[in-house]
Design a protein around this ligand. Structure first.
Ligand SMILES: [Zn+2]
Length: 313
């Protein structure tokens, strides 16, 4: 009996050691080239440059998901905006499709959604061709995959036919609320508030990491290879270096999305059919029953919600 207990203790000590050593994460960045109230090209270039410098410094094989409607000025192609994507490719990062105009799968007809997917790949494909690579991944805007099973399945089927791999998200979070608060504080010239928001951002993201790691263990008895969603925004251009440091400190190795999706957890189906855009970990948890959803998911601090002008998450 005692010996068995000893073995159990030894085994769990070993597996937790192995777990910390084996943590992997893919960083996926949405709404390229930039999502910010800072719309002029000078600011957008600065955001892109700083974000890419942090990514390079931390050696993160990130993937960016593009909304091509941002690459137009009216009906005209806007080469200055397209140049921002060229900066991503010159940094040897992959680009994926995030639709042309960022619709919700529930807001428009499936045919219109499909047309938006195809319209959203034209320039990205052209750019990837210059690097002898192809477009592979698709990310649903708002993580909304369709609240009717037939709509959802028709989109999944359409993506498959067009050789897209759906890019799931395990580490969902509200970086976009922090970003909105940060942008608004900047627009008001409130540097003190910007600093407060920035100071709260990485600790908030760390609390999310902790939550999703535990949710992962609850579901799978282990931590899966994680897929983080963040956005190409001003706050990440200022804080991605700290974010990457936090992840490294937690024992994460940065891997490509392709590598992360080799984890067998991602073979599980996505049967979620509600409007909300939620983590795939919660989709799988709900499949097994509400008790599998880990309670007390960390919330965005009130002062950040207020600064962003958002009522609740
Ligand atoms: Zn998006």
């Amino acid at each position: 009996m005692k010996f068995t207990l000893y073995l159990v203790v030894l085994f769990s000590a070993f597996s937790s050691f192995a777990q910390t050593r084996q943590r992997t994460i893919a960083v996926t960045i949405d709404d390229l080239p930039v999502v910010s109230t800072r719309r002029d090209i000078k600011n957008r270039r600065e955001i892109t440059k700083k974000l890419l410098a942090h990514i390079k410094e931390a050696k993160v094989p990130a993937i960016g998901f593009v909304n091509e409607n941002k690459l137009f000025n009216g009906a005209e192609r806007d080469e200055e905006q397209i140049d921002l994507l060229r900066m991503w490719l010159d940094a040897e990062l992959e680009l994926g499709n995030h639709t042309f105009s960022h619709p919700s799968a529930d807001a428009i007809e499936p045919e219109a959604y499909q047309a938006d997917i195809l319209r959203g790949e034209v320039i990205t494909k052209e750019l990837l061709k210059t690097k002898n690579t192809q477009i592979r991944f698709f990310r649903h805007p708002y993580l909304q995959t369709g609240s009717k099973m037939e709509v959802k399945n028709s989109i999944y089927e359409f993506l498959k036919v067009h050789n897209y791999i759906v890019a799931p998200v395990s580490i969902d979070n509200a970086d976009w609320i922090f970003a909105s608060a940060y942008d608004k504080a900047f627009d008001k010239g409130d540097k003190k508030l910007m600093k407060q928001i920035g100071d709260a951002y990485v600790p908030y993201m760390e609390s999310k990491m902790d939550y999703w790691e535990r949710q992962s263990v609850k579901l799978f008895g282990r931590e899966i290879s994680q897929t983080l969603l963040i956005h190409a925004n001003f706050i990440n251009s200022d804080y991605f270096d700290d974010l990457a440091k936090m992840l490294k400190k937690r024992g994460y190795k940065f891997v490509t999305l392709e590598e992360s999706l080799k984890d067998e957890a991602y073979r599980l189906p996505d049967n979620f059919t509600r409007r909300a855009g939620i983590s795939w970990l919660h989709r799988w948890a709900l499949d097994r029953g509400k008790d599998f959803v880990l309670p007390n998911e960390p919330l965005t601090p009130d002062f950040v919600l207020k600064a962003a002008g958002v009522e609740s998450e």
